[in-house]
Write a protein that binds this ligand. Structure first.
Ligand code: S3P
Length: 175
């Protein structure tokens, strides 16, 4: 059974996911990193050269691949939830863990990063709010969700691995 992290950009999926993987002795995969490695292009370059639709197609292929893994920790790009088929695939052998934070905190976390094409705009905070609203129901498609506001990555990881509900799901091998 995989542990699959979903959530908006800057919600801590990759950084907290890595800590969780280390603490649990599981392998860690990040779907954006896999896309970059496979294609030889950065996420930003793929968006610029081929557009978002092509990026989403590549992303769904990677999701199919990681859905076949077992006992891994998988951090998904923030838009993976937009295609319900992705979540359906991930859930076959995975528990979907959603990380969330307030738009203001997300903005603080991502504002100096230029690698996220969707947030390279005039008013990133407004864009964050708009995307969060649009994606609300998609992010709700999870097995368990954690608020990461005001927490360090280490705290987020500890809260996750010590959560009784999650541990029961892992133990029972089902969602
Ligand atoms: C995206 C999130 C990014 C990356 C791409 C699109 C999104 O991943 O896949 O820039 O649509 O939310 P992170 O959530 O890891 O930043």
């Amino acid at each position: 059974m995989n542990l699959v992290f979903t959530g908006f950009m800057g919600s801590g999926k990759t950084a907290a996911g890595k800590i969780v993987a280390k603490k649990l002795g599981r392998s860690f995969y990040d779907t954006d990193e896999m896309i970059e490695k496979d294609s030889g292009f950065s996420i930003r370059e793929i968006f610029e050269k081929s557009g978002e639709d092509i990026f989403r197609q590549i992303e769904s292929k990677i999701i199919k691949k990681v859905s076949e893994f077992d006992n891994a920790v998988i951090s998904c790009g923030g838009g993976v939830v937009l295609n319900p088929e992705n979540i359906e695939n991930l859930r076959k052998n995975g528990i979907v863990i959603n990380l969330y934070a307030s738009p203001e905190e997300i903005f603080e976390r991502v504002k100096r990063n230029t690698c996220r094409p969707l947030l390279q705009c005039k008013n990133p905070l407004e864009k964050i709010k708009k995307l969060l609203e649009e994606r609300k129901s998609a992010y709700a498609n999870n097995d368990i969700a954690f608020n990461t506001d005001g927490l360090t990555l280490e705290q987020v990881a500890n809260i996750i691995i010590n959560n009784d509900v999650l541990n029961k799901k892992i133990k029972e091998g089902k969602k």
